[in-house]
Design a protein around this ligand. Structure first.
Ligand code: IMP
Ligand code: MG
Length: 180
């Protein structure tokens, strides 16, 4: 594989190849297409991490949908969450009476998603569900209800497919762990 040949030295182990990612995204989209059949959906992508997943997923949606984006700050370049979350950029849509689907790259402690879920619920949508491509089950501190999950990953720092290491390695087409 070409992607292995020029592997960045910071990468430790590839967890999911581009092919495995595509396959899982397709399965998630199929599920969403079934669940929202005949309904209208507002898909909210969380920047920057979710941009690749959001794009791949939405290309496969067959239900009527619009997209919007939100940027949140949780812990910048650091790798330890302290639980404080802020809004860097809000959505421009009114979500009142809408079926909202939050699309996220990874849920680690769950603080970011817990904050976001409470915020969006306070705006009176018809429904809000979470679609996260990855979850670090072992480091969860908040119990967040993930309706659509791609994969559970081990408690290592993950890069690629939108996920960064201090803003780098974000656009790798595969998902990998980095060396400690
Ligand atoms: P949480 O609030 O601890 O659940 O953190 C969620 C956010 O932290 C995600 O949206 C990611 O942007 C970022 N994050 C958590 N773990 C990783 C990782 O392993 N690699 C890259 N980003 C991560
Ligand atoms: Mg994120």
């Amino acid at each position: 594989m070409d992607q292995i040949k020029n592997l960045d030295p910071r990468i430790d182990r590839i967890l999911y190849s581009e092919e495995q990612i595509n396959e899982r995204v397709k399965e998630l989209a199929d599920q969403i297409n079934q669940d929202y059949f005949g309904k209208k959906l507002l898909v909210i992508g969380i920047l920057k991490g979710a941009f690749m997943f959001m794009s791949d997923l939405c290309k496969r949606l067959e239900v009527n949908h619009r997209v919007d984006f939100m940027a949140l700050s949780s812990y910048g370049d650091k790798s330890v969450s302290n639980g404080s979350v802020g809004i860097v950029m809000d959505i421009r849509s009114d979500i009142n009476d809408k079926n909202v689907l939050i699309v996220e790259d990874i849920i680690d402690t769950g603080y970011t998603m817990d904050f976001l879920l409470n915020l969006l619920k306070s705006r009176n949508p018809t429904s809000v569900e979470i679609c996260s491509f990855l979850r670090k089950k072992e480091s969860l501190k908040k119990d967040v209800p993930i309706k659509y999950l791609g994969f559970d990953v081990p408690n290592y720092w993950i890069v690629g497919y939108g996920l960064d290491l201090a803003e780098e390695l974000r656009t790798l087409p595969f998902i990998a762990t980095v060396k400690k």
